[in-house]
Design a protein. Sequence first.
Length: 279
Amino acid sequence: MTIPPPALLIAGPGTQDDAGAEAFRDFVRELGRRHPDLPVAGGFTEPASPPLDEAVAELVERGVRRFVAVPLTLESDVAAAPARRQQERHPGVSIAYGRPLGPHPSLLSVLERRLDSALGTEGRRPGDRADVTVLLVGRGSTDPEANAEVHRAARLLWEGRGYAGVEPAFVSLAAPDVPSGLDRCVKLGARRIVVLPYFLFAGALPERAWQQAEGWAAAHPEIDVRAADVIGPEPELLDLVRERYEAAVPGGHQDNDGHEDDQHHTTSPHPQDTPSHAL
């Protein structure tokens, strides 16, 4: 008998922003349309609709017992603890964990397109970017490792793309904030800056970053400040989620960004057999 593939469970970090929540739901629906061979569901790990609990319960009622949970985040894993709670509520269920999405080469390419669009160079040769400094703005967290991932993404975005520099900043909970990040760019000699939100979808936090940049730019008219868009539901993002899923399935393959398939972790039906989780 052929064993059905594990369900793809998309774990979102939760949001109080209606537009962001709807973008998440649309993304999950699109994944389902693209992959009719898989049971696909998604939910939020924090109070928002739909909750992750509800998404799991619906699939369990349909007979699903194997899951791969992919966190729909760039900097941190949000799936492990909520997924373990699902295993406790549904004995016999096993859950493997995919890794967070960024910074992945395909998403860096999308970010580069967003920068080209903001600079008015979309569809043309990149040309000379030596006078362009990028302020990459992440969510911000009390978790130093999550913030370090934004620094890592900034470095990878800078490598080989010809920008004068790529500096990190954060919307909240971490330093530097957007105005301080712009100040730092100027101290480093920048006169042309693109503020690039490091977010998957539009919502309240990217909007706050744009507003902070707009306020700073109004007080510094001598500096050319432009705003780029978020990553959005691009084909690269949809493909990457499937890639993370396949890498986490037992017996999966190596990810394109060089991480072996032994990075996945599975929640066993027996708590004493549950391995430690480190993504």
